[in-house]
Design a protein around this ligand. Structure first.
Ligand code: UDP
Ligand code: MG
Length: 157
């Protein structure tokens, strides 16, 4: 199925410290996505630079690199139909004031610099980001859940 995608989602250090891990996971689970990888870790300087390489040179880059290393993150891989765009929808805009009420960033963040969650923005970034944080062996895709039942039904149509 072409629209079946994987994405990299992380609860950022502020989200972990504020006790939002469960709340954020819940939103992806109840949406119907399939969790195929998860770990808590401290981001190394090398990981931070790889992850946010596209922003190098921007004024907010040094603070962003410091922020993502300011405590452990919870790194996850989620799979499902259109999961990349769907995750961005669940997260809301980068700037919490521009995010729709009901999204994670509108509901739990005040400023763009501390916006509690990360999600890949396209398939290429998703695969690149997944590879920074996970080896293929760390991903568990051998069980069926709702995300796959939906895709199978669409395939039959
Ligand atoms: N960011 C920031 N200031 C800005 C823009 C972005 O601190 O003016 C941070 C913020 O944490 C954001 C991350 O850099 O989530 C990556 O920026 P991007 O534009 O890729 O936003 P995202 O994809 O996370 O919505
Ligand atoms: Mg981004």
């Amino acid at each position: 199925m072409q629209r079946e995608q994987r994405t990299f989602i992380a609860v950022k250090p502020d989200g972990v410290k504020r006790g939002l891990v469960g709340e954020i996971i819940k939103r992806f689970e109840t949406k119907g996505y399939k969790l195929i990888g998860m770990k808590m870790l401290d981001v190394t300087p090398e990981m931070a630079e790889k992850h946010y390489g596209e922003h190098k040179g921007k004024p907010f880059y040094p603070r962003l690199i410091e922020y993502i290393q300011s405590g452990p993150i919870v790194a996850m891989v989620w799979k499902g139909f259109d999961v990349i765009a769907g995750s961005r929808q669940l997260m809301g805009s980068t700037k919490p004031l521009e995010a729709q009420v009901g999204t994670i960033r509108a509901d739990f963040a005040l400023v763009k610099e501390y916006n509690v969650v990360h999600g890949s923005d396209c398939e290429e970034s998703a695969e690149r980001e997944i590879a920074i944080y996970f080896t293929p062996e760390e991903l568990c895709d051998e069980y069926e859940n709702m995300a796959e039942i939906v895709i199978e039904k669409l395939d039959e149509e």
